[in-house]
Write a protein that binds this ligand. Sequence first.
Ligand SMILES: NC(=O)c1ccc[n+]([C@@H]2O[C@H](COP(=O)([O-])OP(=O)(O)OC[C@H]3O[C@@H](n4cnc5c(N)ncnc54)[C@H](OP(=O)(O)O)[C@@H]3O)[C@@H](O)[C@H]2O)c1
Length: 271
Amino acid sequence: MTRYNGGYMTHKLCLAGATGWAGSALAQAIFKADDMDLVVGIARSSAGQVLGDVLSVEGMKTPIVGSVDEALKFDPEIFFEFTRPDVAKANIIAALNHGCHVVVGTSGLTDADYREIDAAAQAARRGVLAVGNFALTVVLLQKFAEMAAKYIPHWEIIDYAHSGKIDAPSGTARELAHRLGESQLDVSLDAMSGPKESRGLRLNGSQVHSVRLPGYTISIDAIFGMPDQKLILRHESGTSAEPYVAGALLAIRNVSKLVGLQRGLDSVMEF
Ligand SMILES: NC(=O)c1ccc[n+]([C@@H]2O[C@H](COP(=O)([O-])OP(=O)(O)OC[C@H]3O[C@@H](n4cnc5c(N)ncnc54)[C@H](OP(=O)(O)O)[C@@H]3O)[C@@H](O)[C@H]2O)c1
């Protein structure tokens, strides 16, 4: 349950993936936040240890467990999913069934997964906020791309990441395709000559191309083309997880206001 803490509502949190690249940066920010209490973290290889010892943060006493079932015994109010696409959906559904609100940072979930998650959230009367990318520059790119798509009917998306990224397209690209609607193709995929794969994946009406190469960080281009003119909206991340932290904290502070699924951080921001 949310507890009142002399002026703050304290959010009792579980962070799945608390020792990961993204999760460890978020765990440290939660630890510093007056209105949040990280009651348990999930990570298989550090299960049984204390998160502060693993992350070298003095005073952080959060226990680490190896599974969602063990974590839910700590009765978190909010479950933050930051693990891997192959376990994320089961974690989210288990957390909803336990009565948690859920923030999803993990990428790779499909639209079909999100339909199932939405149904579970509606049934439990709980909120799910799924954010393909918590960085402010990505939130702005999404908004600018939505504006461009109202005036320019042709666009394609290129999603870049390092070669070790297991999911493709990225959560950022999936979420952008989910928002933009149907891009016009002057030669339909059925009418084209050559392998259809050369035109990328048709996802929710957008052509999406995923590049996975060493030396790349998460980046995305939304390319809009008109006769004799084009617009390229580009986001480039750096190498740290820092850009995701502020957005993730904002999602935590707002998810309990929702019932059902919302996708994108802008759903809890003012524009
Ligand atoms: N939305 C955003 O803005 C955003 C930003 C950054 C990353 N992401 C996404 O967030 C996810 C995590 O990224 P990352 O780079 O932090 O990955 P990572 O460094 O590999 O961390 C994964 C974390 O999850 C834990 N984990 C993995 N499999 C698990 C399982 N089966 N059960 C329990 N815990 C498990 C890992 O610990 P153990 O291996 O010890 O179990 C680790 O703590 C990815 O999908 C990534 O694309 C999203």
